[in-house]
Write a protein that binds this ligand. Structure first.
Ligand SMILES: [Zn+2]
Length: 463
């Protein structure tokens, strides 16, 4: 068996539709689709501890893999190939750990220097956002993507697979196209957007720079008026055009892999979704609503054992690492939380009602994340019908009935005290398990100034 894990950044579940993504739609029908796949967090940094290390973000921290994490690639005996297209999933944040063959876009000497500095200094994670901006400067983000384009990711993946034996390989490829800024190739653009790409990206950039407050009791709920209506409508069209481009690249990768390898199972998911003002904001802010954490998850295989099923029960993405181990005949790591999705398929446990947790503990201005801090924890507990959100940042809890109110508009925590209490206890039990980072792990001190100076000397930050 061979396994491809394909992750799509900021790719909403509703993008999997016949018109924009015919290939994804086709394989989702032929394979197993999880209708309620839940990411462990709402951003890249809080989701990948689940996807690649079967842990919740506040187990060992997030934004980079720490020594306590056992990564999927480390647990495998197979040939392991990793292809990262963005800085937050790069070797800077230890995403390369365990891979026999590794490709990212951090191979030039300037970023290599930054990588070294960040590796040596744990607290530098606080500068995560800055580091990304530095990375983006390297690539002239006004005119071209600050990430490796999908066609190059696919080309690299296929050329790596061509060097492999026909069996026992694991390949992870991460695609960035549906993350801002948008640069869909012309042949995939549709819907006649009224605004051009530079205008749309300029508005997105300015929205992000003047980040409206998230999780503040005084925040106006709706920030959509910051971006003119015509720009918002064009944004959505470019976003869907990027999905259309990705669909072709996923097809090229999967069909190419099927030609070269013997049996192949492909797992496709998003790391998180994207909010288009459903709850007042744009992007993937530190919030845990469905448009951010209920993501596509498709398991498609050339093996007839894995076919044509829809699984409705809520399923966490942290089940992915044990699933890959199961497919490649390896035991899961001792500290992983998940279980193999294949066991869910076999047993068809439709009568169970699992509670799936997502969480984070950073504020919008902390970029990729900060120290583990229970006082800033936001934890959601998702059952088939209900979603409860504990929010220590504003000390207000919320309960939504997803069967009647899938858009999570009406907080019914006061109307259903017994359900609220039951789910709140699960969130509080989870909170009680979490240990804050010690000062030494999270302290910033004077050293950050030194590093900022050093980065400035290198020409990446303007004072
Ligand atoms: Zn992401």
């Amino acid at each position: 068996m061979n396994v491809l894990l394909i992750t799509l950044d900021a790719f909403r579940k509703d993008l999997v539709s016949g018109s924009h993504t015919p290939y994804l739609s086709k394989i989702s029908k032929e394979g197993v689709t999880f209708d309620n796949a839940i990411s462990t967090g709402s951003g890249t940094s809080s989701s990948f501890p689940g996807i690649l290390a079967s842990s919740l973000p506040m187990d060992y921290g997030y934004a980079k893999f720490r020594p306590e994490h056992v990564t999927l690639a480390e647990q495998l005996d197979s040939t392991t190939i990793g292809i990262s297209s963005s800085l937050p999933t790069s070797s800077i944040y230890n995403f390369n750990r365990g891979f026999n063959r590794w490709n990212d876009n951090v191979d030039n000497s300037y970023l290599g220097e930054i990588r070294k500095v960040i590796r040596e200094n744990d607290w530098l994670l606080r500068l995560g956002e800055k580091a990304i901006k530095i990375g983006e400067k390297m690539f002239d983000s006004d005119n071209s993507p600050s990430y490796t384009p999908a066609n190059e990711v696919t080309d690299t993946a296929l050329s790596e697979l061509n060097k492999c034996n026909k069996n026992d390989n694991f390949l992870w490829a991460h695609y960035m196209e549906t993350h801002t800024p948008y640069f869909p190739p012309e042949e995939f653009q549709f819907g006649s957007p009224s605004e051009g790409i530079p205008t749309v990206n300029k508005h997105i950039d300015s929205y992000n720079k003047n980040k409206p407050k998230v999780n503040s009791p005084t925040t106006p709920e709706d920030t959509s008026s910051i971006i003119p209506k015509s720009v918002r409508s064009s944004m959505e069209k470019y976003y869907k055009s990027e999905a259309k481009f990705l669909d072709r690249e996923i097809k090229r990768l999967v069909e190419g892999a099927k030609r070269h390898l013997e049996e192949v199972t492909v797992i496709i998911c998003a790391d998180h979704g994207e909010e288009f003002f459903e709850h007042g904001h744009f992007g993937h802010q530190p919030k845990l609503y469905e448009e951010l954490v209920n993501v596509p998850l498709i398991v498609y295989s050339t093996s007839s054992d894995i076919a044509e099923k829809n699984i409705r029960r809520p399923t966490s993405l942290l089940n992915i690492p044990p699933t890959v181990c199961d497919l490649l005949d390896r035991a899961p790591a001792d500290n992983w939380r998940g279980e193999s999705l294949l066991s869910i398929l076999d047993e068809g446990r439709s009568d169970e009602n699992p509670k799936v947790i997502s969480e984070l503990c950073h504020s919008a201005d902390q970029g990729l994340g900060g120290p583990i801090n229970r006082d800033k924890a936001i934890i959601s507990v998702r059952s088939d019908e209900w979603k409860y959100i504990l929010n220590n940042q504003i000390e207000k809890d919320r309960l939504y009935n997803l069967k009647k109110d899938e858009k999570e508009k009406e907080n019914v925590v006061d109307d259903h005290p017994e359900i609220g209490d039951k789910l709140r206890r699960i969130a509080e039990d989870r909170l009680a398990e979490i240990t804050n980072d010690s000062d030494s792990e999270s302290s910033n001190g004077d050293i950050s100034d030194n590093v900022e100076d050093r980065l400035e000397e290198l020409g990446y930050i303007n004072s």
